[in-house]
Design a protein around this ligand. Structure first.
Ligand code: URA
Length: 237
């Protein structure tokens, strides 16, 4: 594929902008600067650098972000900044979108992708992809509350009860809760339905993919091929 086309496919702007980047000698492959936009490059396993930063050529971009509190999962945020501001421009230009939404005050694992079918498969409530949350509650938890979360609670907008896929009490105010549906404010509403209240919410896993422990809040990274395969066959955790 022509180098300028590769850059364009990877979110580096219009064809003209990509040609300019290349012409300015800012693009290299294997340590060798390529200044001709028409250079024919094999894309299999390709990693190119722009201004010294490595970019893997990828048909689709799928990344994991450790979402900090105070960011909205929306392109047009209302009260806070958008999580997309935490990603570099080429990824935003490619049109990566959050997979499902976390509330502004929720922290932890957020996947973003420009692979529409993957996004749909992971976010669709029908697939029941497991989402694992660490919940801090305002009031002490008790056996009755845990039992009700496991058995299913009715949320006010839907008569069909939602039950935790798994629910493990970690401490007086701490709970690991796994849900499948991904409904609006689901965890907060489930806890409210049993008479408690969420004080803090952190997502640690989606579909068997766990937030990498070395990813600090606000940091992102590409998913490896193995992790992508893991996500493409998501199961309950
Ligand atoms: N459930 C919630 O209530 N909020 C989130 O951000 C995610 C799940």
């Amino acid at each position: 594929m022509h180098l300028e086309r590769i850059l364009q496919r990877n979110g580096f702007g219009t064809r003209r902008a990509c040609r300019a980047l290349i012409g300015q000698g800012r693009v290299a492959i294997g340590g060798v600067v390529h200044a001709d936009p028409a250079d024919e490059i094999a894309t299999e396993g390709l990693v190119f650098t722009v201004d010294g930063v490595d970019w893997p050529h990828a048909e689709f971009a799928t990344v994991v972000l450790n979402k900090p509190a105070g960011y909205e999962c929306s392109r047009q945020p209302q009260h806070h900044r958008s999580v997309l501001e935490l990603l570099p421009l080429p990824l935003r230009e490619r049109g990566v979108q959050p997979v499902g939404r976390l509330d502004a005050d929720t922290t932890g694992l957020l996947l973003l992708t420009d692979d529409g079918p993957l996004n749909h498969a992971l976010a669709s409530g029908k697939r029941m992809v497991a989402k694992v949350y660490l919940v801090t509650t305002k009031h002490p938890l008790d056996e009755r509350q845990i039992g009700r979360l496991r058995a299913g609670v009715v949320l006010h907008d839907d008569p069909v009860p939602v039950a935790a896929v798994a629910c493990e009490q970690l401490g007086e105010h701490h709970l690991r809760l796994t849900v499948g549906e991904g409904r609006y404010h689901q965890v907060k509403r489930m806890l409210a339905a049993v008479g408690n209240r969420v004080e803090a919410l952190h997502r640690e896993a989606v579909g068997g993919f766990v937030l990498p422990p070395d990813l600090a809040p606000g940091e992102w990274r590409w998913l490896s091929v193995a992790e992508l395969l893991q996500l493409s066959h998501p199961g309950k955790r």
